[in-house]
Design a protein around this ligand. Structure first.
Ligand code: HEC
Ligand code: HEC
Length: 71
């Protein structure tokens, strides 16, 4: 296998580890009745999420994989 390919595989693994280990911010409110995360946290919402979320095109069903509620 050539070197460039190994470098890119390692880079992807590093990004994946980074994202998985930094999935921290807790949701300070209940989920019930607020399942439509993007209505409030989409780029046009009242509490927009970080811009990189929009780049990754996270949908409502993805949010809870990283964010948990603390209520
Ligand atoms: C009705 C609007 C609304 C909906 C729907 C909603 N949120 Fe929120 N969210 C808020 C508001 C307002 C805050 C600010 C903190 C508070 O509630 O005191 C907040 C705070 C947060 C925070 C903490 C970050 C911050 O800016 O303080 C996270 C993470 C979060 N919400 C995730 C979610 C997820 C995931 C969903 C979907 C399951 C969701 N929210 C649905 C309004 C909403
Ligand atoms: C791959 C994991 C991942 C997914 C999926 C994800 N988030 Fe996040 N989110 C994070 C991380 C890590 C941060 C904190 C780092 C940052 O601010 O860039 C964050 C930050 C936030 C914040 C700001 C929190 C603060 O304290 O300032 C909000 C609001 C938020 N996310 C909402 C959402 C919503 C809504 C969804 C679904 C549409 C979502 N996130 C999906 C990982 C994720």
């Amino acid at each position: 296998m050539n070197t460039c390919r190994w470098v890119s595989v390692l880079a992807m693994a590093a990004v994946a580890v980074m994202l998985l280990s930094s999935c921290d911010p807790k949701i300070p409110h209940e989920i019930a009745g607020r399942e439509a995360c993007l209505a409030c946290h989409g780029m046009g919402g009242t509490n927009p999420y970080p811009a990189w979320h929009a780049k990754r095109a996270f949908t409502d069903d993805k949010c809870l994989k990283c964010h948990e509620t603390n209520t």
